[in-house]
Write a new protein. Structure first.
Length: 376
């Protein structure tokens, strides 16, 4: 009972502060698109055989690059629902633009880091031959709008130091096309290299700033437009990075109500944000106030829980910004993961349409225009 009260108060606080609007807007923000994780079902089985307990982490059990089938199945569900303006459901696909070039790194004897555009990584995976074309098709049909999530979803300085120090787990993972792994002897530690902007030294921060600048340039080259928003992997980023984001025309910073600012030798500092809040550059923060992550806990009624969170957002005259990671829609490792969660998503969208027939589906960059222009 106490936890229920705390949850109600927490969601009320998130929605009470900041910008408001008298429209029923649904935004789905989905992270991790384009980033490598587990290459294939065979690799997953091989890891288990070698004693790596991938079941300790959902991302290292189900997540992978979205295949042709994954994208087609997702787009079919999104296109099946239209809002009051005849717009389909749209996912804001927060995506990286690059992955490690394992071959070049190996040739350098792990002394130099090299990356490749994410769409070139597709060529190395089975059932991904049309993936990049499907991304472009999703963009054209306004179902799938890429926004910037980092150059890679990997902490490159930390990862390279581990490779150079002959870390056995990291080298084993490298050999099968993975950036980091749950350590065999201590799987509870997780894969720390996924926190792209955590820091262990002052030099790491400068590297991260340069990679963000390079990544945003590459984003524009790939898509022909600048990303208007940014989401830091794991919600970890330094306030100093916002200078670079501002210089590169980022206007909206997506995230949860708490930013985790990295500090050397200490726990991350928690910084509270609210929807529409401005930083010193005039950039806005956009807070996710709803969650739809069915893969994270099968014992939760995710449809009911998400609908209640949407209702709370609307009661406070806030857009419902739903957090729903790529992980939920990937079937490359386990087909049932994708199929089961897409069924739940379809039911959720049906209930949203039924409960709020005047709903509007919107991407984060469109929502940003409303916030900046103060349209209510």
């Amino acid at each position: 009972m106490l936890n229920k009260v705390k949850n109600i108060l927490g969601y009320s606080l998130i929605n009470a502060l900041g910008w408001h609007i008298n429209r029923k807007i649904i935004v789905i923000e989905s992270d991790d698109w384009g980033s490598i994780r587990i290459p294939s079902k065979d690799i997953y089985s091989y890891l288990r055989k070698k004693g790596y307990k991938q079941e300790h982490g959902l991302y290292d059990k189900y997540d992978s690059l979205a295949s042709n089938d994954d994208l087609e199945s997702l787009f079919e569900v999104l296109a099946g629902f239209k809002d009051i303006n005849d717009h389909p459901v749209v996912i804001t696909a927060n995506s990286v633009v690059a992955n490690p070039d394992f071959e070049k790194i190996k040739i350098s004897k792990f002394q130099e880091y090299h990356y490749e555009p994410f769409y070139k990584t597709f060529n190395k995976y089975n059932n991904h031959s049309r993936a990049f074309e499907l991304w472009k098709e999703g963009l054209k049909n306004k179902l799938f709008i890429p926004q910037f999530h980092g150059r890679e979803h990997i902490n490159i300085p930390m990862w390279m130091r581990a490779l150079q120090s002959d870390n056995q787990d990291v080298h084993f993972a490298f050999g099968i096309g993975m950036a980091g792994i749950f350590p065999k002897g201590q799987p509870h530690q997780g894969n720390k290299y996924m926190a792209a902007y955590s820091i262990e030294s002052p030099e790491d921060l400068q590297y991260h700033q340069n990679s963000i600048e390079e990544g945003l340039d590459l984003f524009e080259i790939i898509w022909g437009f600048k990303s208007k928003s940014f989401t830091a992997p794991c919600y970890i980023w330094s306030k100093t990075m916002e200078t670079i984001l501002n210089d590169k025309k980022i206007e909206l910073i997506q995230g949860s109500s708490f930013q985790l600012e990295p500090r050397i030798g200490y726990k991350h500092k928690r910084i509270f944000h609210f929807s529409g809040e401005k930083n010193s550059f005039g950039q806005r923060y956009n807070i996710r106030n709803c969650i739809f992550e069915p893969i994270s806990n099968p014992n939760i009624d995710w449809i009911d829980a998400c609908l209640k969170q949407i209702q709370t957002a609307f009661n406070w005259h806030k857009p419902a910004v739903i957090n729903s990671h790529r992980l939920n829609y990937i079937g490359n490792i386990d087909k049932s993961n994708r199929d089961n969660n897409l069924k739940l998503l379809k039911t959720l969208l049906f209930e949203i349409k039924k409960k709020w027939p005047d709903v509007e589906f919107m991407s984060s960059d469109n929502l940003m225009d409303l916030i900046i222009n103060k349209k209510h």
